[in-house]
Design a protein around this ligand. Structure first.
Ligand code: ADP
Length: 357
């Protein structure tokens, strides 16, 4: 906080003194006039101008002295109860401006202190806490993106070097070129997901609601994975209620189903089953995506909706840990709910509940 110059401080002090002087003068004049006039009438005293002049001089000195005492007393009171807490808050705010988000302000001791300051301090500390968690998220995000980009880049560099060998067989050339393409596709997928998440988080996408048949949308999304389930020999079971109309953003919702289906197929090995069901009440639609895959522990389950979290690292080449973060964001925007039940080695069920209108 900038300190006042000495001249400014003196002027401020004189200003306070003048206000007290006016107040005290007004109060004392009123009281004296009342007292003197009552006394004069009762005792029949005649006041001469000499009497009045002496009394006025003494009263003036009295007012000046009282105003001085009040001003000094008020200055001390203001310093202790207003200026000190304000200085502590502004000092802390300056530290935050300089990037130190760890700063917190201690609440004032209750004695003689305006409680409003403790409310301000409480809000200030909450704001500092929020800012520091946003900062942690930002730095974590940058670290995660850099880490996720390093792996495919290293893979692509290796394949690029291998491709430079002069006597390469046609088979090897195709294999290495595929490695480069896979790596670049992985990076492109990650960038697409980051951009989508960013747009969703900044609310640049506002749900464009239309009425559509949810069962039809689920079937369309599922059919896109026909090649996958045939190749991996996974059985598909569906139990989709007919004519379940929902009013929602169809494109956003299709991201949800695509992510849940691709995970179900990714984490289920050959011979397993993926089941999709749709039920509805008057106001809600409930979609369950169940697989008989590897499942996950409760510890993993608690983090899967976080950005870049990958519980199962054996499949990490096929993802970047952003899929479920995106799903959660979409469901939050739609004011729906998503949950998971899972048993390691047995499989997982993701349940999504959205409002129909
Ligand atoms: P990724 O693209 O890496 O799969 P996600 O955000 O989609 O990222 O998933 C995060 C983590 O959640 C995965 O790494 C995995 O550990 C867990 N997970 C998601 N779906 C399933 C599932 N159907 N079965 C088992 N684990 C799953």
């Amino acid at each position: 906080m900038k300190k006042d110059s000495p001249v400014k401080s003196i002027l401020k002090w004189l200003n306070h003194y003048f206000i007290f002087f006016l107040l005290v003068a007004f109060v004392i004049t009123c009281c004296t006039m009342l007292f003197v006039s009552t006394l004069r009438d009762t005792l029949n005293i005649t006041l001469t101008s000499a009497n009045i002049s002496t009394a006025a001089k003494i009263t003036f000195l009295n007012v000046a002295l009282l105003s001085l005492i009040f001003t000094v007393f008020d200055s001390i009171r203001r310093k202790l109860t207003v200026e000190r807490p304000v200085k502590r808050i502004t000092d802390a705010a300056e530290k935050i401006i300089k990037g130190d988000f760890s700063v917190r302000v201690k609440p004032q001791s209750k004695f003689g202190v305006d409680e409003t300051f403790n409310l301000v301090i409480d809000c200030f500390n909450k704001m500092a806490e929020e800012l520091s968690s946003v900062e942690t998220l930002r730095t974590d995000f940058i670290a995660n993106v850099s880490h996720e980009m390093k792996t495919p880049l290293a893979v692509m560099q290796n394949y690029g070097t291998l491709l430079q060998a002069p006597d390469l067989s046609e088979e090897k050339r195709i294999e290495y070129a595929k490695g480069v393409t896979d790596g670049s596709r992985r990076m492109a997928d990650m960038m697409t997901n980051i951009l989508k998440l960013n747009r969703l988080e900044n609310q640049q996408i506002f749900p464009e609601t239309t009425e559509f048949d949810l069962g039809e949308q689920l079937c369309e999304c599922l059919l896109q994975y026909e090649n996958v389930w045939e190749k991996q020999k996974i059985d598909i079971e569906t139990d989709i209620a007919e004519n379940v109309k929902v009013k929602a953003d169809a494109e956003l919702l299709s991201h949800v189903w695509n992510n849940l289906f691709s995970n179900a197929f990714k984490f289920t090995s050959s011979g397993g089953t993926v089941t999709v069901s749709l039920t509805a009440t008057e106001h809600h639609a409930i979609v369950k995506v169940t697989d008989t895959g590897c499942g996950m522990t409760p510890e993993v389950g608690a983090h899967i909706f976080e950005k870049f979290y990958q519980g199962d690292t054996s499949h990490s080449v096929q993802g970047n840990g952003l899929g479920l973060a995106l799903v959660k964001r979409v469901i939050d925007i739609m004011q729906g709910e998503i949950g998971v039940e899972s048993v390691v080695g047995k499989g997982s069920t993701f349940t999504v509940r959205i409002r129909r209108v």
